[in-house]
Design a protein around this ligand. Sequence first.
Ligand code: SOE
Length: 408
Amino acid sequence: MARREETEQEAGASPPAHRPTLGVGMVGYAFMGAAHSQGWRTAGHVFDLPVRPALAAICGRDRTAVEAAAARHGWAAAETDWRALIARDDVDLVDKCTPGDSHAEIAIAALEAGKHVLCEKPLANTVAEAEAMAEAAARAAARGQVAIAGFNYRKVPALTYARSLIADGRLGTLRHVRATYLQDWLVDPLSPLTWRLKREHAGSGALGDLGAHIVDLAQYLAGEPLVGVSAVSETFVRERPLLAGDGAGLSGTADSAARGAVTVDDAALFTGRLASGALASFEATRMAAGRKNALRLEINGQLGSIAFDLERLNELSFHDHTEPATTAGFRRILVTEPEHPYLEAWWPPGHGLGYEHTFVHQARDVVRTITEKTAPVPSFADGLQVQRVLAAVEESAAKNSVHTPVPF
Ligand code: SOE
């Protein structure tokens, strides 16, 4: 870590000067790059951290675009070669925000160069890549380096709190996990063929993009792994217009007439079994008209249930089944008290947080993990476990692609 002390001039009015810095180098500057930038920029201002994240350099292939991103998001320098970014003395941690096809190569190179790594989800495009990353992370851990997978929704205070309720036994033995993640940005068949729709770049479609989140959350909240799955998936729109320009956002602008093949799923539905025997169901789709970012979870146990909806992320519904039936029922907990996870540093009760705060919490946790030398969570091993589930889902969906008629 750069033990360079920042000067008053560099630090500005806040956060407090003379704190050592953790130099961050980010690869990628589109949607996730912008979200992670906000996290790194804000964490040291909101949380009382022993070292302050310093936005050392950002990297992208297009010089003009990456310089614009550096200026917009507050990065001190811009690089066009990720190897040069990793080699910089002022970079202690490499944050990977590019498509999955480059995760393994860059993350492993960064770890071997002695840097800490934060890598966006899904950890990789294949199990083999994720295994190589987990092995590199284990070798690096022995040298005191940290490798963390970017499952940011674990950092929603209501979900972190739900995890503690479940770990404390408030739900008793778990019976059901029900998880859906619904978006609608591919409903329009003329929405163009971005990298997210190409297997060679994204690995899979809604499954890896959205399913990875709910698989991770199910395992994180339940505190146990999925041990078997059965799946169906579909690509409803098999050809889409080619992209005009680089299409950094979700959908981008379509070119005129030319079409290309969509090589990933639009939707994946699967059921599974957790190690304890609880049953789980999952639905990940970008074809749910009207649903923008609807991540919903319900978990039922012998003693109670919790329910969560990302579109109302400051709330957690909790039903305590040990209460008299006449008064029991789901009640809404507003997760904005200073005693709730991460809330001690934010606004007074009821003032609420949003999507971007998950990235601030992620940055805070990465810094604390490095400085307090605690085990990284979620680790690359956790990311690998999710990758194995995604691969099992794809395998099962491939077998189920021929519909077996059900006799009446
Ligand atoms: C697009 O579907 C996307 O940005 C995902 O890639 C993110 O992981 C999710 O948090 C929001 O939706």
